[in-house]
Design a protein around this ligand. Structure first.
Ligand code: F6P
Length: 374
């Protein structure tokens, strides 16, 4: 009989996390008469044994709250920061899992969490995960909770940025989150009517972007909104990053691997400077003033949208159903109106990226949006 379950949230916070905790917790407590504990701050809380009892009172009123009542971290069980160095804390996690007499561990997170959960599964824990991230880049699920809310925030921002763009006849470059995936920039760019959308998956030529903006100006619209995903890169740099990622995968020598990772991290972390440089280049190439807005953590803030609450609740309750049926080693994926268990081995380590011919890209091009690729 499954009696005791633990829930943790890991990776970047996102709207809908508390709705998911509530969905799993209320179903487990009320429908299946299980005991539920919350583990604080991701996998670190499992190592440090920092937990809280999740009962009806704690779960009440959290559906609409942003963030996570449990706290989160990006800590990895096998490489956790302790005493100034990264250590493998998996064995301590196993001990604490048993000390709490857990029958199941629910890990709510994005791509990194899926990988960490798989490793714990391979060590023998009964693990089951839920797909959370505003990036929408988790493989084998239609969508992730957090994405719809962030989509609405970014779209609203683009709507608002149109005011200053057409009033001052300016280019407004708005940087949108998404890590290495362009879903958020693509979706909000289409919904917000951006004139240019730049994605990590479609490396761009700055000349093509400038030409699209100049064409608009000649056509009587001397302003443009450029929605740029934080991972978007011009063609040359994109090729360099791709080569480095390939090299990192193949590098056997530790020193080489460390060098490659450092160069990659510098290139990828530099997105804010990259966005400012892009704006300056466009101003020089078009003669229009250009200004930058970086949406950053606004996209992860506040109450979840109705769609995210609904998605998080239905995946959360389906998770409790699967636990009651003794189904582990899976992620609970959204497939249409269904919640389907997908083996973690098929999810962990894979990213869902935007295909260059995705219907949203095709639709955007039909209404004249430039992706800087032609
Ligand atoms: O994964 C969600 C996300 O917001 C990404 O879009 C972004 O690149 C990253 O987290 C930021 O990470 P952190 O919260 O650690 O700064």
């Amino acid at each position: 009989m499954i009696q005791h379950i633990g829930i943790l949230t890991s990776g970047g916070d996102s709207p809908g996390l508390n709705a998911a905790i509530r969905g799993v917790g209320k179903a487990a407590l009320g429908f299946y008469d299980m005991q539920v504990i919350g583990i604080r701050d991701g996998f670190r809380g499992l190592v440090e044994n920092r937990t809280m009892q999740l009962d009806g009172a704690v779960l009440s009123g959290i559906l609409t709250r942003g963030g996570t009542i449990l706290g989160t971290s990006r800590e990895k069980p096998h490489r956790m920061h302790f005493n100034g160095k990264r250590q493998d804390m998996t064995d301590v996690i196993m001990e604490n899992y048993q000390a709490h007499h857990l029958d199941a561990l629910v890990c709510i997170g994005g791509g990194g969490t899926q990988k960490n959960a798989l490793q714990l599964m391979e060590k023998g824990l009964n693990v089951i995960t839920l797909p959370k991230t505003i990036d929408n880049d988790v493989a084998h699920t239609d969508t992730t909770f957090g994405f719809d809310t962030a989509l609405g925030i970014a779209t609203d921002a683009i709507d608002r940025l149109h005011s200053t763009a057409h009033s001052h006849h300016r280019i407004i470059v708005v940087e949108i989150m998404g890590h290495r995936a362009g879903w958020l920039a693509l979706g909000s760019g289409v919904a917000g009517g951006a004139d240019v959308i730049l994605l990590p998956e479609i490396p761009y030529d700055i000349e093509n972007v400038a030409e699209a903006i100049r064409r608009r100006a000649v056509g009587g619209m001397p302003f443009s909104i450029v929605a740029v995903a934080e991972g978007a890169l011009p063609k040359g740099e994109a090729e360099r990053v791709h080569a480095l990622r390939e090299e990192k995968l193949k590098a056997s020598d530790k020193r080489v691997r460390k060098q490659v990772k450092a160069e990659l991290a510098a290139l990828e972390a530099d997105h804010a400077n990259h966005t400012v440089a892009l704006s300056r280049q466009l101003e020089a190439l078009t003669g229009l003033e250009s200004r930058v807005t970086i949406l950053g953590y606004l996209q992860r803030g506040g109450t979840p949208s109705a769609a995210d609450r609904l998605l998080a609740t239905r995946l959360g309750t389906a998770c409790a159903d699967l636990i009651a049926d003794g189904v582990f080693g899976v992620m609970v994926a959204a497939r249409g109106e269904l919640a389907v268990p997908v083996p973690l081995v098929d999810v962990a380590g894979f990213k869902k990226l935007v295909p260059a011919d995705h219907p949203w890209v095709v639709s955007a091009k039909r209404v004249g949006t430039s992706f800087g690729d032609a």
